[in-house]
Design a protein. Structure first.
Length: 169
């Protein structure tokens, strides 16, 4: 599901997804790796792989974008795991930084522009997509809200209740 959402989001918005100054709106899904863990981390990495197949930037973008999403998702998940809101904000900030540094570096090479311009172009878009939109999405889909939704469909929510209990102990 994460891979499909990401890939479609990038491809549909291709004109703003494959430039030096880009706002990859699908990157708003990256902070969800904090909440969903490995399914989101791997799904968003796979989504970047598929999406970048449709871009004209070649193997460097395909591999680099995949690794950027994989690393950003994993680092954020590990930092925010069972911690408070400030750790989550730090984790999202690191996602912005990781994506900007990795993608900005190889885009500066691919477009033959100064490194700082590559970083700046991706950083600005990542702040909008990951930092702002992604944070809003993450906090809208907090564990308690998801547990409430699942409970209405009769799905057990023991995992979230256990985590919350451990954090309060």
């Amino acid at each position: 599901m994460f891979a499909a959402l990401y890939a479609v989001g990038v491809v549909v918005l291709a004109p703003i997804s494959f430039q030096v100054f880009q706002v990859r709106v699908a990157d708003a899904l990256l902070p969800l790796s904090i909440l969903f863990g490995w399914p989101a981390i791997l799904g968003l990495a796979l989504g970047a792989f598929v999406a970048n197949l449709f871009g004209a930037l070649g193997p460097v973008d395909i591999v680099g974008g995949t690794l950027a999403n994989l690393l950003a998702g994993y680092v954020a998940w590990r930092i925010a795991l069972n911690r408070g809101r400030w750790w989550v904000l730090l984790a999202v900030g690191l996602q912005v930084l990781i994506v900007a540094l990795i993608v900005g570096t190889y885009l500066s090479y691919l477009f033959a522009i100064p490194l700082q311009i590559g970083w700046l172009g991706v950083m600005l878009g990542s702040i909008v997509a990951i930092g702002f939109l992604g944070s809003l999405l993450l906090f809208a889909l907090s564990a308690e809200r998801i547990a409430t939704i699942l409970r209405t469909y009769g799905v057990a929510v023991y995992r979230w209740q256990t985590k919350k209990r451990k954090m309060n102990d």
